[in-house]
Design a protein. Structure first.
Length: 209
């Protein structure tokens, strides 16, 4: 059944990547228009991502082994709880910094329904808060919550490893769009701040003249 889960995960990853890709967005624009795309696509994409990911997650008990690999016992279990708490707080802070309504797509829908003129403005680039720690804090803190699971089964291990790999690969493609949208400020940000693992970016030395 592990092979079945891997197949479904790859299928989910492909569908998620396709719906986030330029090709699908271009088709949506051609079919419904630029204004409808700017107003609705983000929210529809997030709804699809939530529903499809939830369905995949609910299949884990049926498809993956329940054998326990490790468990956190007192006092180390409190470290796991602390990591989970830090992860949750970090996720909330990351959404707060970037404006959660932008991230979900609600602001875009409101803009569309109000009949605003012109193009939907791109959200301002920010390197504050959790984004000063890593370039993808939503991925980092999600993985922190997952990997701090006090009871790790084979099924959980496979699922978390797959999610980690997908986040890492997906971040490369996501940054291509961000670099295109924000230009030099984002490329300089990429040089300063690590991708997903904090404190792994060494400061660049100034070249002596």
């Amino acid at each position: 059944m592990i092979i079945g889960f891997i197949f479904l995960f790859i299928l989910w990853a492909v569908l998620h990547s396709v719906t986030a890709g330029f090709g699908m967005k271009r088709l949506f624009r051609q079919r419904f228009g630029e204004k409808a795309y700017a107003g609705w696509y983000r929210l529809l994409f997030n709804l699809f991502a939530i529903v499809s990911f939830t369905a995949l997650y609910l299949l884990i008990p049926a498809l993956l082994p329940h054998t326990v690999v490790w468990t956190w016992q007192p006092p180390t279990i409190y470290l796991a709880y602390a990591m989970i708490l830090i992860g949750i707080v970090g996720l909330i802070a990351s959404l707060w910094v970037t404006n959660i309504w932008d991230f979900i797509g609600v602001r875009q829908v409101v803009w569309y329904l109000r009949g605003a003129k012109g193009e939907m403005p791109i959200p301002p680039f920010t390197a504050a808060g959790p984004y000063a720690l890593v370039r993808h804090p939503l991925y980092f803190f999600t993985l922190l919550v997952l990997w701090a699971n006090p009871v790790m089964t084979i099924g959980s291990l496979i699922f978390y490893a797959a999610i980690t790999l997908y986040f890492w690969i997906g971040s490369y493609y996501e940054e291509r769009k961000l670099a295109r949208d924000y230009g030099r400020p984002y490329t300089e940000y990429m040089q300063r701040v690590p991708r997903m693992i904090p404190f792994t970016k060494l400061p660049r030395r100034e070249t002596a003249v």
